[in-house]
Design a protein around this ligand. Structure first.
Ligand SMILES: NC(=O)c1ccc[n+]([C@@H]2O[C@H](COP(=O)([O-])OP(=O)(O)OC[C@H]3O[C@@H](n4cnc5c(N)ncnc54)[C@H](O)[C@@H]3O)[C@@H](O)[C@H]2O)c1
Length: 246
């Protein structure tokens, strides 16, 4: 078990990639805080973890709210007394070409996908720094690396995450905290089901491995970066994209 005795918070873990990360981290021995806007989804994931013999806590939390994130940290400490791992996974898309993109579409994506990381990391390091230990994994995207038509807001937020990750690796390294990013490509989740079928076909044809990634394959990269096997890795972005962008 690679995460035995650790406590992990995974944001946006009621479904999709976050759910796969929560399940895999619990299977590796971590106590997992499953948090999302969708509380019922969190409870379902918590129950699945417990049925598999793991430990979990379900918390409804909007990661754009400092008050709610502070409450999430407090609730985690009350239940599990420590926080070793933070996975910043919650994210949304609000796609439109730049000429039609509204201020609201821009702001929602920047706040949910980027500002949330500033808030979550600031709140969680308050308990990581005194223990001189932490593993932070931020979920970015292939869109940060190669751009994506109709996703100015999303690609900007995801590219911002890479800059944030590199910078925090420099600031937090001497506190025993590593900060890395995982950049999934085209993964099989609810988020990508909204992509029109003909675009999905074009994408699949460009992927050297000729298939979408499974959520568990992104989760595996997160577990690695959160584990002691990655103790000398910080400031990096690990792509999980089947070779779509190299
Ligand atoms: N699916 C892909 O192909 C893909 C590719 C690259 C990157 N990503 C990134 O991976 C992450 C997960 O993607 P997914 O496909 O599982 O998406 P998803 O839409 O299936 O799940 C995202 C979860 O985040 C939650 N969430 C949204 N806003 C939130 C908020 N303010 N506070 C708390 N929770 C919130 C949602 O309720 C949802 O449960 C995202 O950051 C996404 O940008 C996904």
């Amino acid at each position: 078990m690679r995460l035995k005795g650790k406590v992990a918070i995974v944001t946006g873990s009621a479904r999709g990639l976050g759910k796969a990360m929560a399940l895999k981290m619990a299977a590796e021995g971590a106590k997992v805080v499953v948090c999302d806007l969708n509380y019922e989804g969190c409870v379902a994931v918590k129950e699945e973890i417990e049925q598999n013999g793991g430990k979990a806590l379900a918390v409804r939390c909007d990661v754009t709210s400092r008050e709610e994130v502070a409450a999430l940290v407090a609730q985690t400490m009350d239940n599990f007394s420590q926080i070793d791992i933070l996975v910043n996974n919650a994210g949304i898309t609000r796609d439109a070409q730049i000429i039609k993109m509204t201020d609201q579409q821009w702001d929602e994506v920047i706040n949910t996908n980027l500002k949330s990381m500033f808030i979550c990391i600031q709140e969680v390091i308050k308990v990581m720094i005194p223990r001189n230990y932490g593993r932070i994994v931020n979920i970015t995207s292939i869109a940060a690396l190669e751009g994506n038509f109709g996703q100015t807001n999303y690609a900007a937020a995801k590219a911002g995450i890479i800059g944030l990750t590199k910078t925090l690796s420099k600031e937090l390294g001497r506190k025993g905290i590593t900060v890395n990013a995982v950049a999934p490509g085209f993964m099989d989740t609810e988020m990508t089901k909204t992509i029109p079928a003909h675009i999905q076909e074009q994408l699949l044809a460009r992927i050297p491995l000729r298939r979408a990634g499974q959520p568990e394959e992104a989760a595996e990269a997160v577990v690695f970066l959160a584990s002691d096997a990655a103790s000398y890795i910080t400031g990096q972005t690990l792509s999980v994209n089947g070779g779509l962008y190299v």
